[in-house]
Design a protein around this ligand. Structure first.
Ligand SMILES: [Zn+2]
Length: 156
């Protein structure tokens, strides 16, 4: 008993450093510190996740714009995609095939082919967005093309 109360004496709340009493597995002094702790963890997780989602969504917009202009399957050089600020390391999934690995950005897939070219195609399970979204992207894409022309290599 003496030992246990000594241990209890040295335990502190990880948020406010207040001394902890009671159960040995207690981490927080009260519900406010517990809430503050979980709020902070959530805030951090959310900011990390939302940053990745932003990159993923930007990738998606780039790919859908390219497909919208050129068709359901296109081939583009890696440098042209880089110029559009496409992030090659951020994907929503992978698909291992006989020919190699296909990267996925939602319902769009892309993979490396010869001479640093990249094939982009839309999967059949495409979900249609609002037509306004496509219209907006189309208009933005046309605007972008007149500002900074991008070389597209369409081999497909
Ligand atoms: Zn506390």
């Amino acid at each position: 008993m003496q030992k246990n109360s000594n241990i209890a004496y040295t335990r502190k709340c990880c948020v406010c450093n207040k001394q902890l009493f009671g159960r040995s597995d207690k981490v927080f002094c009260d519900i406010h510190c517990k809430n503050k702790y979980h709020q902070d963890v959530r805030k951090h997780t959310h900011s990390v996740a939302s940053n990745n989602i932003k990159i993923l969504n930007r990738n998606y917009v780039i790919l859908i714009q390219l497909l919208g202009v050129k068709g359901k399957k296109i081939t583009i050089n890696k440098l042209a995609l880089q110029e559009l600020k496409f992030d090659f390391s951020t994907v929503s999934g992978f698909e291992k095939t006989k020919l190699g690995i296909k990267m996925k950005v939602y319902e769009i897939s892309w993979y490396y082919t010869t001479h640093d070219n990249i094939v982009i195609f839309q999967n059949n399970d495409q979900r249609l967005l609002s037509p306004y979204v496509y219209k907006r992207w189309e208009m933005q894409w046309q605007q972008k093309q007149t500002q900074t022309p991008i070389e597209l290599n369409n081999y497909s």
